[in-house]
Design a protein around this ligand. Structure first.
Ligand SMILES: [Zn+2]
Length: 101
């Protein structure tokens, strides 16, 4: 006998009506289409941004289209070095975690 999917309801913070809720951060109200749990959605977005920031791309040198070919050449080398460094750091972090576990 299959158990029915767990259904819960949540009161919509926008139209104050009860709507079925899958407990996902992006569930929307059946009545007005607004997010049932805006804070969970914000948390999910913030967490995603944090995960995207794991790769330290912020300090990467920006190669601008107006840079001359020589500047672009050197910037590409520095960028490669930075990426290599970031990869090595990520590997070391992984290694430390793997050994510690
Ligand atoms: Zn609503």
């Amino acid at each position: 006998m299959a158990t029915p999917p767990l259904l819960s309801t949540k009161k919509c913070p926008h139209c104050q009506q009860w709507s079925s809720w899958q407990q996902n951060p992006d569930d929307r109200c059946e009545h007005c289409g607004e997010l049932l749990d805006p804070r969970a959605q914000q948390n999910a977005v913030a967490r995603e941004e944090l995960e995207n920031q794991k790769m330290p791309t912020i300090f990467l040198i920006e190669i601008k289209p107006e840079d001359g070919s020589v500047v672009r050449f050197f910037k590409t080398i520095v960028r490669g070095g930075q990426l290599l460094f970031a990869t090595i750091m990520a590997f070391l972090v992984w290694l430390v975690t793997a050994v510690a576990a």
